[in-house]
Ligand binder design. Structure first.
Ligand code: CTP
Ligand code: MG
Length: 245
């Protein structure tokens, strides 16, 4: 195929413009204190492979262009050798060191990913995410610049005061349990994080909260799957499906 100089120039420009590149940050720098196991929960072996393996595999099978893993210093070599090299995950372009809090780990990931247009942030401890849902979320972020996964709340939720009495019952039709991945235009998320860090905001529990705090940008919620749980306590794992505690 012969291309003209101008076509070539345009293609170079679109590379410089990040060209719709989609990157995923997979978080695996937590200690898993609520799990009460010897190793952090993302490394617990489930059906012969560490939980983080299943998480990375779904992203590898999705249409993301690259995957960045954030883990603690003590696990960088393990992740590189025993997970990425062992299972040949070709989309992983780096393993970087996270921080003490989740938002600090995300920020370390964002600092490494300057040349991307869209970024998905996902908890390493959510191994049941499926590639087709990741792809649906990517389509949403390309339209809305901010899109997150959630499921409709099944339980009745009540606001309870500090002394243990019911204050009110929010309309369940408006309540969602929010999950990851959460996807954003890179520049939107990075500048929102810069502001949250500068303002020393406390109590941040997900990435959408960062965008809510720093901007008025609408955030689209895409209906996800009840299977996409975050492994948090030991009850979240069936006793027969893991070893190596
Ligand atoms: N995470 C991280 N860096 C941190 C804290 C959390 O990368 N400093 C990651 C965890 O590894 C996990 C995800 O963020 O994949 C969600 O966090 P959470 O479920 O709270 O995991 P932990 O912080 O490890 O668990 P705990 O709060 O019980 O200590
Ligand atoms: Mg935590």
């Amino acid at each position: 195929m012969v291309i003209t100089f101008f076509e070539w120039l345009r293609s170079q420009e679109s590379i410089m413009n990040k060209n719709g590149r989609v990157s995923a940050i997979i978080l695996a720098a937590g200690k898993g204190t609520r799990m009460n196991t010897n190793c952090p929960k993302q490394f617990i072996v489930m059906d012969e492979r560490p939980i983080l393996y299943y998480t990375i595999k779904s992203f590898e099978e999705s249409s993301v262009d690259e995957i960045l893993i954030v883990t603690s210093q003590a696990y960088i070599e393990y992740v590189q050798k025993e997970i990425i090299e062992q299972y040949g995950f070709g989309k992983v372009t780096g393993v970087v060191c996270g921080g003490n809090e989740r938002y600090q780990s995300v920020y370390q990931g964002l600092l490494k990913l300057e040349h991307t247009e869209y970024v998905l942030v996902h908890d390493g401890a959510r191994p049941f995410i499926q590639a087709n849902l990741i792809d649906q979320l990517i389509a949403e972020v390309k339209s809305y610049e901010a899109a997150i996964l959630g499921v409709r709340t099944k339980d009745t939720v009540k606001i309870v005061d500090e002394t243990g009495y019911v204050v009110s019952t929010p309309d369940r039709n408006l309540l969602w349990n929010i999950q990851t991945p959460q996807a954003f235009a890179y520049d939107l998320l990075k500048s929102a994080y810069d502001k949250v860090i500068e303002d020393e905001v406390i109590g941040i529990t997900d990435d959408a909260m960062v965008v809510e705090y720093a901007t008025n940008h609408p955030i689209k919620v895409l209906e996800g799957s009840y299977r996409n749980i975050k492994i948090t306590t030991i009850e979240d794992l069936k006793a027969e499906s893991f070893q190596g505690l």
